[in-house]
Write a protein that binds this ligand. Sequence first.
Ligand code: ADP
Ligand code: MG
Length: 396
Amino acid sequence: MFGKKTIEDVEVKGKKVLVRVDFNVPLANGEVTDDRRIRLALKTVNYLVENGARIILMSHLGRPKGKVVEELKMDPVARRLSELLGKPVKKLDDCVGEEVKGAVNEMKEGDVILLENLRFHPEEKANDDGFASQLASLGELYVNDAFSVSHRAHASVVGITKYLPAVAGFSLKEEVEHLSKVKESPEHPFVVILGGAKVSDKIGVIKGLEDKADRFLVGGGMAYTFLKAKGFEIGRSLCEEDKLELAAGIMNDISKRGKDFVLPVDVVVVKEFEDKGSKRVVDVDDIPSEYMGVDIGARSVGLFREKLEGAKTVLWNGPVGVFEIDEYAEGTKGVAEAIAGLQDCFSVAGGGDTAAAIKKFGLENGFSFISSGGGASLEFFGERELPGIAALLDRE
Ligand code: ADP
Ligand code: MG
């Protein structure tokens, strides 16, 4: 169960409620090109509107590096949000200061304001206490509805909770509930599929789940460090030399627990990323020295499919190949299809690129839940509680 207070547990009527959302959306020519992140916040915003709160939304957008960047102003976001809500959303020119305060004080019940990009101020990322207190001074209640930034100890995520009662919004709660089901009470067999570029990114997930999962299937760039640790020649494939020992240790730990650690048996290799014509499929004990692995082969997809059979819980994090290039996307597509085809299975995907891959193959409906989390969902499965969630009020 979700152990934190939510907006439903507190009085919001008439209150100035500061809501941290993640409106870090892609823009092109001053328009929002993908509004999914904005839609995620609608349930919370609508609830607050209906319950007579004064709603002050705040978010970061892009990487302005602590300075005002014209193209990263929140105006297009406010326009799109206004369309989605069917009511005006006033965008302010800053996120702190006297003018902002003045505008907030004029708000009526049900009004919605969007503050300017938090990261125009370097103090946001620095979790500066003075900045956090300035933000907090705008409201009477703080709501975190941005799971995807909850692994960051920033002023609008963590610092601010020192000054205001802090509760969760609906989308944060929903994320945590879905991911907790996998982390705390998975139905077995529980299969974890990992990929992506680097072992170092996924160590936390492996450590956090090695007691809970029954089986690990590993592909992607990270597989080559494991293959090398097992003594295979991996040519010019991605390898973290300084993680070889760790990789061997992980495989040892997992097999000592009587669990399966499954690596690809064949891989797609090329001479250069760009040299698609040089593509070949080879067994993992036959990788030529001048080639590099960019995808898992069809036999590996078959093996992974077999190992997924009967799974009741699946967590997938990290593409098993360079899926951005169509010629190297078959393995990732095959894995995505295998998961989507499972019956009676709670399947969760985490990680920004994994979500992008699922979208690319049009398989979103085949998953029980796709985390909006990116880095936050990865860290969620690690051993540390996310600081932005830890900082919220506990339920009694
Ligand atoms: P996520 O965002 O889902 O957590 P990661 O960021 O860890 O995933 O990894 C995604 C990246 O890993 C993709 O950009 C993909 O191209 C890359 N990748 C996958 N397989 C390989 C490989 N064999 N060699 C190099 N990069 C790879
Ligand atoms: Mg990524």
